[in-house]
Design a protein around this ligand. Structure first.
Ligand SMILES: Cc1cc2nc3c(=O)[nH]c(=O)nc-3n(C[C@H](O)[C@H](O)[C@H](O)COP(=O)(O)OP(=O)(O)OC[C@H]3O[C@@H](n4cnc5c(N)ncnc54)[C@H](O)[C@@H]3O)c2cc1C
Length: 325
């Protein structure tokens, strides 16, 4: 959901309800927000955008003093995305000190050396309908957090086939490009990562090297995903991303299963041109794999290209699907 759209477009909410008997006018509020931390303050901000004024919103906190030491020294890309969608990121970016989090090894370094909590890579959700375990076991390299259902997908840098752009796949943050004039002028044109928060599930297919062979495992898997699995769900509910282990562009769209252009025209990437996505994710280029990502960027399940029944089962277990005709 683009948080920026709704509050701007929303009509002001009705003002105060009829006065209840025995309560003084000054003591009536439509909403009382308890807790003036970031969550409470953001809610208050959103209520103000919806038209509620200080007369109808009260926010209270048990603590009488301000927090003395810093509790928000660093902002994660996801938090900045939300602030940006509300039009609040500009001043923070102008005033803040920037660092590039675009390289996978920074996330890895963060995981190992400093703070597995704030990188998100140290959290592992337990088994549930949205974290299907054990999933496919991928042989991660020793310098990389294990890729498993319930953990966060680390970022990799990839090259987009459609326009040759180098992109951060996940949690890329912003880069020094933000200083370029055209990005300042057209901030809405820039995305901070290819998988920016939009509330959708994602299928990330790391194809095997035989993608261009029509009878290969990858082509058949993509065909099945595009023709049988995705149409069972509401349009746009699941986005498909495809990574190909070759620096050589596919010669033409016709060399690929038609569903790749249909669902992934701007989401088809070279997985070796920048980072070696296969090595970092521990996926064999001869085997490939499919990772299903939840909207929060955590892995829902990992399946082999030949086991799409498990993926379909996972999606049907947590999403509403349309009945087969
Ligand atoms: C030392 C430290 C450093 C951190 N650094 C970072 C950082 O660099 N970057 C980052 O993104 N995050 C950081 N965090 C985490 C961040 O501070 C929290 O994620 C964030 O504050 C959570 O916001 P919140 O509104 O959910 O809760 P809180 O900030 O905890 O706010 C809840 C508020 O509710 C009040 N309250 C609770 N119960 C009641 C009640 N019954 N009645 C009235 N009021 C009540 C509390 O007094 C409190 O003010 C840090 C945290 C700590 C402790």
């Amino acid at each position: 959901m683009d948080l920026g759209l709704f509050p701007f477009a929303a009509l002001p909410l009705p003002q105060l309800s009829p006065k209840p008997a025995g309560i003084h006018e000054d003591d009536r509020y439509e909403v009382i927000v308890v807790g003036a931390g970031p969550a409470g303050l953001l809610l208050t901000f959103l209520l103000a955008r919806y038209g509620l004024t200080a007369e109808s919103v009260l926010y209270i906190d048990a603590r009488a003093t301000r927090v003395q030491n810093g509790h928000a020294d660093g902002l994660q890309p996801r938090a900045l995305e939300v602030l940006r969608s509300l039009g609040l990121a500009g001043k923070i970016l102008d005033d803040g000190r920037h660092f590039l989090s675009s390289e996978a090894n920074e996330i890895v370094g963060c995981y190992h050396e400093a703070n597995p909590f704030s990188s998100g890579c140290g959290i592992e959700y337990s088994e549930s309908i949205i974290s299907r375990k054990p999933g496919l076991v991928v042989s991660s390299t020793s310098d990389q957090p294990t890729l498993a259902p319930g953990t966060r997908l680390p970022n990799v840098r990839v090259k987009r086939y459609a326009d040759g752009a180098y992109c951060d796949l996940h949690d890329g943050g912003y880069s020094l490009l933000l200083n370029f004039w055209y990005i300042k002028l057209f901030p809405m044109l820039t995305k901070w990562s290819e998988m920016f928060s939009n509330g959708r599930f994602r299928i990330l297919c790391l194809t095997s090297s035989d993608l261009l062979s029509p009878d290969g495992t990858s082509a058949r898997a993509l065909q099945r995903i595009g023709e049988t699995i995705l149409p069972q769900f509401a349009s746009g509910l699941i986005e498909q991303f495809v990574i190909y282990p070759s620096e050589q562009c596919p010669p033409d769209w016709v060399a690929l299963p038609p569903s790749v252009k249909r669902y992934s025209e701007m989401r088809l990437y070279d997985g070796l041109a920048v980072d070696d996505a296969y090595r970092l994710y521990g996926i064999d280029t001869e085997q490939g794999a499919v990772i299903v990502l939840r909207p929060d960027g955590y892995i829902g399940t990992i399946v082999s290209l030949a086991d799409l029944i498990a993926m379909e089962d996972y999606l049907k277990g947590c999403l509403t699907f349309m009945r087969e005709q």
